[in-house]
Design a protein around this ligand. Structure first.
Ligand SMILES: NC(=O)c1ccc[n+]([C@@H]2O[C@H](COP(=O)([O-])OP(=O)(O)OC[C@H]3O[C@@H](n4cnc5c(N)ncnc54)[C@H](OP(=O)(O)O)[C@@H]3O)[C@@H](O)[C@H]2O)c1
Length: 350
């Protein structure tokens, strides 16, 4: 089953949704709940982001994470400094057509010196926000961005991307990947799509499978296809630690699930969190860190159907969100690998 860009554009115009009764926007960002349910402080979170947006402090969980927080006031790691300043470094973003993925491409262009491989289903669509952004760049910056088609539901497409990265000679550097950002995701709007489901009765096999294909299976198979390129072989080649960043959501936390609902999405993100922790054990040996990240409720097509009751100060501009995520990524080391983190670097319990 494939849902077109047109479908997304249509659902994004739907302001209110009957979905608001159950987990609704709280599931995207649990600070949006009636006061009596709030456990978080109302103190404004002091961001290290360059964006002027001031987010409220993220909520605390009842349960404890087994991982340490990432301290955003600390300096970036030596590995991050090397990755970001190396013109031969390669970063890949899937879901780069719009939303958080597109902003990730923009921010990586600014924060790093390397090549950015921007992947999405229709990278050459001249009307897409990705192409419009590319056209606005100088030729020198355009050269740093390679657009490659990728459909996460299609294994041939995933394999072809792996082959491209291993063989292309048009990039500054090939046979190497320093950062893999798995951003693409689907949630649905609960009205033109079965998900996000408010009850077991609303579950539909096809939608559940579709959600798992995009949010879980595609990412994991892509990581498998690119594993060798991420190997940093620190002793032999002196490459810094590489990073895998899987865009997850707080609703994937089983410990934090106090409302139910949103079956397909929650299950896909919980499984992605488990995949992240499982691969982190294995990939530590090859000098790769992997984390799952909750971006916070961000102003994109995905959250649009649920934004009606979100207060302005709780809806993150996409540049703020991505700055925060990259600030977290630049400070992770072996102690954080496998963890689930929010945009402020706070560890979320599984
Ligand atoms: N926005 C939020 O408030 C929020 C909150 C928590 C978590 N997240 C997570 O953050 C990530 C990014 O979300 P977003 O807000 O940026 O969403 P978005 O604006 O709706 O963008 C979704 C992206 O996923 C891509 N995609 C969908 N199906 C695909 C497929 N089969 N193969 C390849 N790409 C596919 C879309 O490509 P097309 O353009 O081709 O459709 C698009 O690039 C998601 O994983 C989401 O779950 C977001």
């Amino acid at each position: 089953m494939r849902f077109s860009r047109g479908t997304y554009a249509f659902i994004a115009t739907l302001g209110g949704s009957s979905m608001m009764r159950l987990p609704s926007i709280r599931a995207l960002h649990p600070t949006v709940v009636p006061t009596m349910m709030m456990r978080h402080s109302t103190r404004v979170f002091l961001s290290s982001s360059s964006s002027s947006f001031q987010a409220p402090e993220p909520p605390t969980s009842k349960a404890q994470s087994i991982f340490p927080d990432v301290d955003l006031t600390a300096s970036i790691t030596e590995s991050a400094r090397q990755r970001n300043s190396d013109p031969n470094a390669v970063f890949l973003v899937n879901g780069s057509s719009r939303g958080i993925g597109l902003q990730m491409v923009k921010s990586l262009v600014e924060r790093t010196q390397g090549t950015i491989v921007a992947c999405c289903r229709t990278p050459d669509d001249p009307t897409s926000p990705l192409q419009q952004y590319l056209q606005s760049l100088s030729p020198t910056l355009q050269e740093r961005i390679h657009t490659v088609p990728l459909d996460l539901q299609n294994q041939t497409s995933i394999d072809a991307l792996g082959d491209y990265l291993k063989t292309t000679t048009t990039m500054h550097s090939n046979n190497r990947l320093d950062g893999l950002f798995n951003v693409a995701g689907v949630l649905g709007d609960g009205s033109t799509t079965p998900g996000p489901e408010r009850s077991l009765a609303r579950l539909e096999r096809q939608w559940l499978e579709h959600t798992l294909q995009v949010n879980l299976v595609g990412h994991v198979m892509l990581i498998q296809a690119l594993q060798r390129l991420l190997k940093s072989n620190i002793q032999k080649e002196d490459r810094p630690t590489s990073v895998i960043v899987n865009l997850s959501a707080r609703v994937g936390s089983i410990a934090d699930n106090e409302l139910g609902g949103w079956y397909s999405y929650r299950m896909s993100k919980a499984a992605l969190n488990q995949a992240t922790r499982t691969m982190a054990h294995e990939l530590k040996r090859q000098g790769t860190c992997a984390i799952a990240v909750h971006p916070g409720t961000t102003d994109t097509d995905l959250s649009k159907p649920f934004q009606k009751n979100v207060r302005a100060e709780k809806l993150f501009p996409v540049d703020f969100t991505v700055d925060q995520i990259l600030d977290v990524v630049d400070r992770i080391d072996d102690t954080h690998t496998g963890g689930l983190y929010d945009w402020a670097g706070k560890a979320i319990p599984f």
